[in-house]
Design a protein around this ligand. Structure first.
Ligand code: SR1
Ligand code: MG
Length: 434
């Protein structure tokens, strides 16, 4: 049940680079040194990583800046007691380069990668901020839906059997199969631990004590989450990002960049789409807790709900358009769908495929929500609500919707049913005595 792997000896040559060691290292890379300008001694190096796993440095010189990400041989959030393979930097680099080809302009450009040091230097995204921080502040991002739906439709469709010949697709699965330690984190932290007594689980106490206990005892829920876990483990549909929450997206009002694909592997498409929808739903429910005056954030909340709806509808539209124009894979052979009747039947089948994908999306969105409230890794949407009772109210509303989405997925055949249910819960006052 534990995600932890036995400590692996770090490969010869690996060392954690910081400050002067990082400056010296980068100074020996001509293209990077030219980009930064001036002398390495004068470059500023600031560690800015606020994720759960790695070190992230911003390095700036007189001519420009870069971002440098280095994997640690353990989980940063927990410490050296939880070893984690450095190979995740290899998979992240592989995913970034794949995604750059499939969805140009929507991921940061890679400037340098070092397998031994598990280190990647990338373009500095400035003035972008982590989207989750902007959502907590109540900022709307007018460009986001267009960009994220392009990213998901293109990376998912174009790596699937609908677009890629079978042999190439299987090579892709093989190339990412070694990223199983990161998959195991997801399998444990999202699909198992929130539903059992796990040492590292936490929730907003005492308000959610009874709710957490109910989640640990509800066998219908245990069946539902186990079905989703099996789907996650056994559905190599496409190259998925694998951790596509709003902390893995950097934004300005006019630009969106998807970062941090270290959890990438060939998995179910709905896991990525569900991650986006879950994190927007959590931003919506958390918004009440950040309000200083009544209705102060109404415009933001209206935007988030609209974004949730259009994330699905625009994703589905783009995915269908790609299927109609770029179906170069071995699935659905054209020879079987000739003539007007064949074309019409295939079109109906495409719609059915999207309907099934939507059901996966609803289930995975529920799982991604529950883990952020009852599991180990929480998010600042809720954590920055200082008043614990207020925070628990927002979390309880999220959990209520997530539980229904997971147990009664078919009652959400379309995305507007999800946003309608979210809107209906906005004023709900949970009874924490039960
Ligand atoms: C111990 S890692 C916890 C979480 O951080 C990453 O962002 C993933 O979401 C992972 O589940
Ligand atoms: Mg991450």
């Amino acid at each position: 049940m534990d995600s932890r792997v036995a400590p692996q000896p770090t490969p010869g040559g690996y060392r954690i680079l910081a400050d002067s060691a990082l400056r010296d290292y980068l100074g020996r890379l001509p293209a990077i040194a030219a980009r930064l300008g001036g002398l390495p001694e004068a470059w500023s190096v600031t560690e800015v990583g606020d994720g759960n796993l790695n070190l992230v440095f911003i390095v700036k010189g007189p001519s420009g800046g870069i971002a440098v990400k280095q994997a640690l041989p353990y989980v940063r959030l927990v410490g050296e007691s939880w070893p984690l393979p450095l190979s995740r930097a290899h998979y992240e680099h592989l995913a970034l380069t794949h995604q750059a080809r499939l969805a140009p302009g929507l991921v940061p450009a890679v400037l340098h990668h070092d397998e031994t040091l598990a280190l990647t230097a990338m373009e500095l995204l400035e003035p972008h901020i982590i989207m989750r921080k902007g959502l907590v502040a109540g900022t709307c991002y007018p460009r986001f839906v267009e960009d994220i739906t392009t990213f998901m439709a293109r990376t998912l469709f174009l790596s699937s059997d609908l677009a890629v010949p079978a042999a190439q697709k299987k090579e892709g699965i093989a190339a990412f199969a070694g990223n199983h330690a990161l998959c195991k984190i997801t399998e444990d932290l999202i699909f198992t631990d929130p539903y059992r007594k796990a040492e590292q689980n936490r929730w907003t106490q005492p308000y959610l004590d009874a709710t957490a206990a109910r989640f640990r005892e509800d066998l219908d829920l245990h069946v539902a989450i186990s079905r989703l876990k099996l789907k996650f483990m056994s559905s190599p549909e496409a190259l998925i990002h694998g951790d596509l929450h709003t902390g893995s997206i950097m934004v300005t009002e006019n630009e969106t960049k998807v970062i941090d694909p270290e959890f990438a592997f060939y998995g179910p498409m709905g896991f990525d789409v569900g991650a986006i929808i879950a994190n927007l739903l959590m931003a919506y429910f958390a918004s009440d807790g950040h309000e200083r005056e009544l209705s102060e954030r109404q415009a933001f909340e209206t935007w988030v709900l609209h974004a949730i709806e259009t994330v699905w509808t625009e994703f589905a539209g783009k995915f269908l358009a790609l299927w109609r124009s770029e179906a170069k894979g071995d699935a659905y052979p054209a020879i079987l769908f000739e003539g007007a009747a064949g074309a019409a039947r295939l079109e109906r089948e495409r719609q059915g495929y999207l309907n099934r994908l939507f059901q996966d999306t609803v289930g995975f969105a529920a799982a991604k929500t529950i883990r952020r409230i009852l599991g180990l890794a929480h998010n600042i949407d809720f954590e920055l609500i200082e008043d614990l009772k207020r925070r628990a109210v927002c979390e309880a509303r999220s959990l209520h919707l997530a539980r229904t989405m997971m147990l009664d997925t078919p009652s959400f055949p379309t995305i507007d049913k999800v946003t309608k249910a979210a809107r209906a819960l906005r004023g709900w006052q949970p009874d924490f005595s039960r």
